[in-house]
Every structure is written in structure tokens, then in C-alpha cells.
Design a protein around this ligand. Structure first.
Ligand SMILES: Nc1ncnc2c1ncn2[C@@H]1O[C@H](COP(=O)(O)OP(=O)(O)OP(=O)(O)O)[C@@H](O)[C@H]1O
Ligand SMILES: [Mg+2]
Length: 344
């Protein structure tokens, strides 16, 4: 895996070429101050990203004050950064995308951080939803600090190529996880496919497997192959109906990408025919779960990150304060929308 191959999988690089077959998305370049904020520890949400009320008269007195847990939710306002232009760009994008968005950075979404969101999903409706997820995710930290970690032509301490980080907001889609597939391409050939949510059993797959493979193959040869600059890569598709496929993402061909139902030894060793390959038909191998069984949560190892311990033990009061504010905001919004509904 080379640095250039990873760069080709960066969303701002691939999306312009493939937007006709993907989900509508808006890219907002990350301002330098926001990048810095993402790099700092703790989750103090930016000022203005939350709807807050209360007395702010003594804000100045609080700068530099020792942290004391105080149930007044305004305590930490003075230390919160503020990104008014970035905030309004996010609000505008959310509006343009129908009010609900899915956030990610150049490569990763914060899917390890859904525990912190109120509805346990990545659905965002305001800037603070986005900030909280980005700040709580180790996957986002990976994008920021070590995107080229497994590249053979990259030395740590070497100057990093210019990445041009952007916040990606994608129109929210209620996706059926059973319709998502991960596809592996080696030497410009589609060699393997498997279900994206690899621990679940979907009964329909075994009935439709031939159609699934031929749809994905047709999509690959017509829409993806040779338009994407790498010879080796992984792409994710969503087959919403027969012959109707959407491109979700590109990923580097190597350890940084989860091989799901394949090991990377299987995928990379060109001397070994992938188990399941039919040398007559040259169809890609297709793996899917064939029966129900124990179904562990694939993200369970990310279930209780360090941050939750801070919350549980009260060692990071700022996170707790932010959560309380968010909950308050959510409740206020819920009750005002109830009132709206009552009036209609
Ligand atoms: N626009 C969207 N609306 C709702 N859900 C989405 C949207 N885009 C992606 N998802 C869901 O989120 C999951 C992760 O999305 P995506 O593949 O973009 O993240 P990722 O961080 O690149 O994942 P990976 O690290 O596995 O490559 C998808 O499998 C899909 O279920
Ligand atoms: Mg991805």
C-alpha cells in the first residue's frame, strides 16, 4: 500500500468523479483552528454550537479558574472555542441536505462514538452533534494523526503529504445494513465480495446471491473499474434493489481496511487461489453468513471508550457538562416540536 493509494481513497479526491453514483454530500474544508481543536484532549463543545440559556455575566472572571464540578451548566463556557463561520457553513449544509446528515472526515466516520449520541446513531441535525461525534472518535483521530501508518513508502517523522482535511456531510439515508457489501479489487479485477455487516444473518442473501454478484460485477465494470486510479482497492456498495446500486466509499487495499469475512493474507497472496474461487467462471468469491448463530457486535471493542470512564467517574467535568447541555437542548426541541404538532 502506497501513500498515493491512500490519498486516492480520501473522500474529497474520489467524490467529484463518482458523485453521480453516490450519496449527495457537501465538503467543508476544516479551518486550521478547528483542526487544532480536534487535536486537543477533552470534549468542550464550541460556543454557539449549543442552544444555552442562563447567566453569563461573570464569564470573564472564570477564565483560568480552577475546575470545580459545579452543576451550573454554564461553568465552562469561558474556555469553549468558537467557530462561527464553520458553524454557519455546517448549518447551511445540513439545511441543503434535508436536515439530517451523516458526518465523516477524509477517510473515516466516527462510528466508534455512537455511544455518546442520544439516539446512538451518526445522524446529525446541528453542529454540536457533529462536534461531539468527531471529538469522541478514535477513528477520526486516526485520520488526523496516522492516515499513512501502513504505507510501505512512508516513514513516521517524515513530513506528511498535504492532505487538505474536510468535514464531509452526507445526506442521511435510512440504510438497510443487509443491502451493504464490501468489494475487493486486486490488479483491477473484482476478486471478492462479502456482506458489510458480516456478523448478521440475512436470509434473503442466499436466495439472491447470483443476482447480487452479477449486479455488483456490472456496477464495477461499468462505473468503477479504470475510473478509480488504484489497481488495488476496496469499495463499499449499497444494493437498494435489483440493478440499483450506490457507491458508499473507497478504502485502501490493506490492513487499515477491515477485510471482514476475509483475512488480508487471503486477499493479498496472489499464489493462493481464494477459497471459493471458481476458475471456470472467474466470478468473484462471495462470502455471506449462511445461518444464524452467535452474533457479536462488531464494534463492541469500541463500546466503552476512555471518555465514558471520564464521564462515569466525573474526572472530566466538561464532557459531563456538554452532555447535560445537549440533553437539555434535545428536551427543549422535543417539547417545542410537540407543541408545534399540538397546534396543527
Ligand atoms: N449517508 C448515510 N446515511 C446513513 N448511514 C450511512 C450513510 N453513509 C454511510 N452510512 C452507514 O455508516 C456505515 C459506515 O460508513 P462509511 O463506510 O462511510 O464509514 P467508514 O468510517 O469509512 O467505514 P470503514 O472504516 O469500515 O471503511 C455504512 O456502512 C453505512 O451503514
Ligand atoms: Mg470507509
Amino acid at each position: 500500500m502506497k501513500v498515493s493509494e491512500v490519498l486516492h481513497c480520501s473522500f474529497p479526491v474520489w467524490y467529484p468523479k463518482f458523485k453521480q453514483v453516490s450519496i449527495k454530500s457537501i465538503l467543508i474544508p476544516l479551518p486550521a483552528e478547528f483542526l487544532e481543536y480536534l487535536h486537543t484532549d477533552g470534549v468542550v463543545l464550541p460556543e454557539g454550537s449549543l442552544v444555552t440559556s442562563g447567566d453569563r455575566e461573570n464569564d470573564e472572571d472564570r477564565v483560568g479558574e480552577e475546575l470545580d464540578i459545579n452543576w451550573d451548566t454554564d461553568t465552562l463556557e469561558a474556555t469553549a472555542p468558537s467557530f462561527p463561520d464553520f458553524d454557519s457553513a455546517i448549518k447551511k449544509a445540513i439545511n441543503m441536505l434535508g436536515g439530517r446528515v451523516f458526518p465523516k472526515l477524509n477517510w473515516s466516520s466516527p462510528k466508534d462514538a455512537t455511544w455518546i449520541a442520544f439516539d446512538k446513531s451518526l445522524k446529525c441535525t446541528c453542529p454540536s452533534d457533529v462536534y461531539l461525534l468527531l471529538k469522541s472518535s478514535e477513528f477520526i483521530t486516526h485520520d488526523l494523526t496516522q492516515p499513512f501508518i501502513h504505507c510501505e513508502d512512508y516513514e513516521e517523522n517524515e513530513e506528511q503529504p498535504n492532505i487538505g482535511y474536510s468535514l464531509i456531510l452526507r445526506k442521511w439515508q435510512d440504510l438497510n445494513p443487509g443491502y451493504e457489501f464490501r468489494c475487493f479489487v486486486r490488479n483491477n479485477k473484482l476478486i471478492a465480495i462479502c456482506q458489510r455487516n458480516h456478523t448478521a444473518f440475512y436470509d434473503f442473501i442466499r436466495h439472491e446471491k447470483a443476482d447480487i454478484v452479477s449486479d455488483i460485477q456490472a456496477f464495477f465494470y461499468h462505473m468503477v473499474n479504470l475510473k478509480f486510479p488504484n489497481e488495488n482497492y476496496v469499495f463499499d456498495v449499497y444494493r437498494r434493489d435489483q440493478g440499483k446500486l450506490l457507491l458508499l466509499d473507497f478504502n485502501p487495499f490493506g490492513q487499515v481496511t477491515d477485510g471482514l469475512m476475509y483475512t488480508w493474507d487471503e486477499l493479498t497472496d496472489s499464489d493462493v487461489e481464494l477459497k471459493g474461487t471458481d476458475s471456470e467462471t472467474k466470478l468473484p468469491v462471495f462470502r455471506y453468513k449462511e445461518s444464524e448463530g452467535i452474533q457479536p457486535n462488531p464494534l463492541s471493542t469500541f463500546g466503552v471508550p476512555r471518555d465514558i470512564l471520564d464521564l462515569a467517574t466525573g474526572t472530566d467535568a466538561s464532557k459531563l457538562v456538554d452532555l447535560l447541555k445537549l440533553r437539555q437542548q434535545q428536551q427543549e426541541e422535543d417539547s417545542s416540536s410537540d407543541e408545534d404538532n399540538d397546534q396543527t
